[in-house]
Design a protein around this ligand. Structure first.
Ligand code: SIN
Ligand code: MN
Length: 213
């Protein structure tokens, strides 16, 4: 992180929603992508399925950290192992733990880092992140690669929503009154970044899962 980035204060989009534009400079983004490639080598991306219907997600997923978020016919949950290989998830790269310390304002480390890969057609419907035992810790979301049109609502599904673009290197924090805000990805803006050789978008979501202490 450059001194300039350190000095820049986030955009406070609404109460609890903080957007750090260009928080990761290009060299850091590339280093992170290399680390994620190693994560994906040890915990391959897989296609999760919707609870009950078993309908496949358009997004492919993997995780790092002591716990990983998974979804299949049995439901949403966190578990310590990859659903297909049965292996433990790889560790969260230290630079992400540092970033959490810098932007989360939360004194305990994250336990899960969900890694989502979106190809040009992938999207994610409006949802809340509510499978965690403690909502005191914020969500920290990092965007890499192609930009997306991100949609953000309130804590009720029927609340008015707004959309904005998230670009490579942006970091979004949902905290406090926004911790349970509905959010989703309307579409990927293909060809907007050269970071990922084959195109597409990676999103990382750092989460605290269990109650600390
Ligand atoms: C998510 O909610 O898991 C991902 C959000 C995003 O891709 O920005
Ligand atoms: Mn989410």
């Amino acid at each position: 992180m450059s001194a300039d980035q350190e000095m820049r204060s986030p955009l406070e989009i609404s109460e609890g929603v903080r957007l750090f534009r260009d928080r990761l400079e290009r060299a850091e983004q590339s280093a992170l992508v290399a680390e994620l490639r190693e994560v994906a080598r040890r915990a391959p991306f897989y296609t999760p399925a919707m609870p009950r219907s078993g309908r496949p997600f358009s997004v492919r997923m993997t995780n790092c950290g002591p716990l990983g978020w998974v979804s299949d016919r049995a439901g949403y949950r966190y578990q310590p192992t990859h659903p297909e290989t049965g292996w433990p998830w790889p560790a969260i790269p230290p630079r992400l733990l540092d970033l959490w310390d810098e932007v989360s304002g939360y004194p305990h480390p994250p336990e899960a880092c969900l890694v989502n890969f979106y190809d040009a057609e992938a999207k994610m419907g409006l949802h809340q992140d509510r499978d965690e035992a403690d909502f005191a810790a914020p969500l920290v979301s990092i965007s890499l690669g192609d930009s997306c049109r991100f949609r953000l609502g309130g804590v009720e599904r029927t609340d008015r929503t707004r959309s904005f673009v998230l670009a490579s290197g942006d970091v979004l924090v949902l905290a406090g009154p926004a911790r349970l805000a509905f959010h989703g990805v309307d579409r990927i803006l293909s060809g907007t970044s050269t970071l990922l050789a084959g195109g597409g978008r990676i999103n990382l979501t750092l989460r605290r899962v269990t109650k600390a202490g």
